[in-house]
Design a protein around this ligand. Sequence first.
Ligand code: CTP
Length: 397
Amino acid sequence: MTGVLQGKNLVLGVTGSIACYKALDLASKLTQAGANVDTIMSYGATQFIPPLAFRSLTHRPVIVDTFDPDSELSIEHVQLAEKADLVVVAPATAHFIAKVAWGFADDPLTTTILATTAPVLIAPAMDGHMYENQATQDNIEKLKTRGIRFVGPASGHLASGLTGIGRLVEVPQLVGHISALLGRDGDLAGRTIVVSAGGTQEAIDPVRVITNHSSGKMGYALAEAARDRGARVVLVSAPTGLDDPAALEVVKVRSASEMRDAVLEAVKGADALVMAAAVADYQPADVSDQKIKKDSSALTIELERTPDILMEAQGSFLKIGFAAETEELLANAKDKLDRKALDLIVANDVSKEGSGFGADTNKVTLVGKSGEVEDLPLMSKHDVAHRILDRVKALLG
Ligand code: CTP
């Protein structure tokens, strides 16, 4: 495990909203990623979820009451405030936000927030009108000017039965924001990295496309890993079944030419371009305006070349390409490295088990500019991403 959450001390504040049930999943995901999660619950939160639920997921005591005479933890919230790498409050009610804005310290959570110097991330969840109320908005503004970060709320179905703003953002988004915040001073801080991902779609007619089996997982893993090492990341993504990663810029495209335009724009001033996308080499020469109807004869579609994005992208940034091959892995990869003037190429044999499209693992060989070859064992795409970024870091100097 090489993730930014590994070994980090996190305080998870939970306040009284029905969205508390999502905080259980958050506690579980953070713990699974290797973080030490100390939960502090407001009295209201304990009315929704028993503290034992958090204790069972985090394997650590849960703090619920400052003045519990039987608790060894009665002053520990100050220690927690000291050792925390980050305090996240999810869900945060309007009442809780108001208390923090006015500097109250009448329970363990508000006390911890007053006492900590760690970054604080607040994820509000409340009725839409409560969120929009000027009192809440003023409190949020006040906290933002003091450096407290907010994520959400999102819009959608609310527990009140209404639809609108006020939902707690989803757990993967929360984990992404927490990771980005923890990694903000990482070894790629100050760098801009453009990553392309997914398989492009070339339209034949309004309902049909030519595409490939790329899942986008390798590119998304690279974008998230670069974000967690402090980089500013622009992810240029062809269609995938994946959710947008949090805390980075996502530019959605469909075709190779759309990807070309987006990438050429994004690389202006960037430090590196990592082309993990499976870009179509050919597109239909004519795209039919109407759905093509079948008849008894065969159909021939004329294809023309798409732009080669890595070839066209010129500048002072590093260029990293991928070579997904089914034969002659090294020879093909070296040929692409030279032809496209790359600094590094990531070669993988997509016919091998565990390295194919859609897998969560990959077995790659890194080939550098001067021909040096680094064979990596089968590992998660997340770990492969970090090994590639280690090389990017070294090349950037
Ligand atoms: N690539 C690109 N623009 C294209 C095609 C590919 O920028 N039109 C990039 C890919 O994102 C990848 C690298 O070039 O990083 C190699 O892609 P690949 O499809 O393996 O190679 P091709 O150059 O298309 O050669 P071939 O299809 O003959 O293997």
